[in-house]
Design a binder for this molecule. Structure first.
Ligand code: AMP
Length: 570
């Protein structure tokens, strides 16, 4: 901002570029605002419209097309017929590419875009201080566009052509979508009985915008910033009754807000995010980025994830940050661990939010390869842990099957090879996965420590999972039964004590699930280390694991019970 203000204080005179004359094609809102600003800046301005574009443009230093997006190409073709073609031809659209100016470029003009990042409601709107995105077909064209913007009183910033659509989406988010949100909020208040909802909301909306302009993510207040998920759920329940069509939007925005809150919380703790994590997409970039750390012999930590991060992932990232010098997070939805009828295509993805959470947790490097980079044509090697471990629970052929774990161990082996970490971090939430990965590392003598961290839960006990996003409000409430069932099983075991039959604990857990209308895919007790069937509680830890479909979501959870000395592992 300071940089922008400095620029504003020192408008460019244009002397350096010899900019004297400007042809403005179009006399609408933007053209009608550019023209007076250019005249006030001392430029010789001619104004034309479609039909007179060639005559108007001929002989000008710069021709600026201020016409509707869909006409740019046609009007540019007219300009290109001018006998004395202008050296520079630009347009003012945010959504349209430079390619719309091809007709002028073909005849030798340099082309540019100059997009005012502000709504221009009428001709004669002041452009003073308006930020303007500038893209040129050459450094000279970009410089001319910057100079013109400054002469008009605007504050230019550079935008690469390849990021035009992303930039424009950002503009739509900040303007159109904010209006949509405000209108939606007003509609909700009206339904809640508030009389003049717009008047009631206006001070809040304006002060929020002003606070954000001053403080960025630190200006975030409200239940999500406070970590008050109870209130968020109350909102969702209220919406389910009063405005169910708004639930998906609310839920998506709540997720997004959690990512913003994570960054804000980190900054509030006195730091900038430890990192703006560097994102790499190939093993070559990854190796190059890690080379200095490896040479220096520092400790590298890896947290493999499939993204759509939540607090469970964040706990692994924080542990890695604490224990390691360099933290690498992989972000890869691994196709080979999904069965043909599973949710690969629908698996939730939000790379921007993941990067924000990674920054908040202090990740140094995010490895986010494309699927065909990990599995190029000809890929034919897999890593499989044999025996019981991968054939029971989720690995049962009637469920996800051993192929699921083959996909997991293959990708984890590849990630371990690519990153070469000292420690890799996994969650107890996927207990069988952690056991299988440990077995692989042991059997293949991989020089890595496999650290397994406790399951992170929502306040009501539901294990956090990227797949929870599939749950409707009603299913979300029913899904609590998974953890409740496991808790009942653990309590039953503790009460009955050493030697008690596991089937009694499972029966009690099964009843909780049945009461919630949940039919488990499995609810089983197995030795927590080797996954053999366990029959009685004793001095060995017992893993009680459950998998169940709730609506679209296949959820898993587990608890580890040791009646002699209870281990809070899950
Ligand atoms: P995913 O992105 O689902 O593949 O998970 C990446 C890692 O995060 C795995 O090691 C998971 O076990 C772990 N994880 C997922 N959910 C949780 C949770 N609720 N608590 C702790 N770790 C989790």
């Amino acid at each position: 901002m300071r940089e922008l203000e400095r620029n504003r204080d020192a408008p460019d005179t244009g002397a350096s570029t010899g900019l004297r004359s400007l042809a403005v094609i179009g006399a609408g809102r933007t053209g009608g605002s550019v023209t007076p600003a250019a005249r006030a800046a001392g430029l010789d301005v001619r104004v034309g419209t479609r039909g007179t574009a060639a005559v108007t443009a001929g002989g000008s230093d710069i021709t600026l097309l201020c016409v509707p997006d869909e006409s740019i190409s046609a009007v540019c073709a007219e300009v290109a017929t001018a006998t004395d073609l202008p050296a520079y031809v630009g347009h003012v659209s945010g959504a349209t590419g430079l390619d719309a100016l091809e007709p002028a470029a073909r005849r030798g003009a340099q082309i540019f875009r100059l997009h005012p990042l502000q709504t221009i409601p009428a001709p004669g709107t002041s452009l003073a201080g308006v930020p303007a995105a500038v893209t040129g077909s050459s450094p000279a064209a970009a410089e001319v566009a910057r100079t013109l913007a400054r002469r008009l009183g605007m504050v230019p910033f550079d935008l690469a052509e390849e990021h035009r659509a992303a930039y424009h989406a950002g503009a739509v988010l900040a303007s159109n979508f904010v209006l949509t949100l405000a209108e939606t909020a007003a509609d909700l208040l009206t339904r809640a009985g508030v009389k003049d909802a717009r008047a009631a909301l206006t001070p809040l909306l304006l002060s929020t915008a002003a606070n954000w302009a001053g403080a960025g993510p630190a200006a975030l207040t409200g239940p999500i910033a406070r970590g008050d998920e109870e209130t968020v759920r109350a909102h969702q329940a209220a919406l389910a009754g009063l405005a169910p069509e708004l639930l998906p939007a609310y839920t998506a925005l709540a997720d997004r807000t959690r990512a913003v809150a994570a960054v804000a919380a980190y900054k509030n703790q006195g730091g900038t995010p430890v990192s703006t994590p560097k994102i790499v997409r190939t093993r070559e970039e990854l190796r190059a980025a890690l080379a200095p750390a490896r040479r220096a012999g520092t400790r590298i930590g890896l947290v493999p994830t499939m993204g759509f991060l939540h607090e469970g992932h964040a706990s692994l990232l924080r542990a890695a940050r604490e224990r390691c010098d360099v933290v690498v997070m992989s972000l890869f939805v691994n196709p080979t661990q999904f069965g043909p009828n599973e949710d690969l295509a629908a698996y939730p993805r939000d790379e921007a939010a993941d990067l924000a959470m990674a920054a908040a947790a202090g990740v140094d490097l995010v490895y986010a390869p494309a699927a065909d980079h990990v599995y190029p044509p000809g890929f034919a090697t897999t890593v499989e842990v044999g025996g019981e471990l991968t054939n029971v629970l989720c690995g049962d052929p009637a469920r996800r099957g051993a192929a699921h774990f083959r996909g997991v161990t293959t990708v984890v082996a590849k990630l371990l090879n690519a990153v070469g970490p000292d420690v890799a971090f996994f969650g107890q939430k996927d207990a069988q996965q952690a056991i299988v990965v440990r077995a692989m590392a042991r059997d293949l003598e991989l020089p890595v420590e496999i650290a397994v961290l406790p399951t992170v839960r929502e306040p009501d006990g539901l294990a956090m999972s990227s797949r929870n996003v599939y749950l409707t409000a009603e299913e979300r409430i029913r899904a609590r039964a998974l953890n409740q069932a496991l808790t009942v099983a653990a309590d039953t075991a503790r009460t009955a004590g050493e030697g008690s039959a596991i089937r009694d604990a499972l029966a009690a857990a099964g009843k909780v699930l049945a009461d919630a209308g949940i039919e488990p895919e499995y609810l089983e007790a197995r030795d927590a280390e080797n996954l053999t069937v366990a029959e009685r509680f004793g001095d060995r830890p017992v893993l009680i694991a459950v998998a169940a479909r709730v609506g679209r979501a296949r959820l898993i959870d587990n608890v580890v019970v040791q009646v002699v000395q209870v281990v809070q592992g899950a």
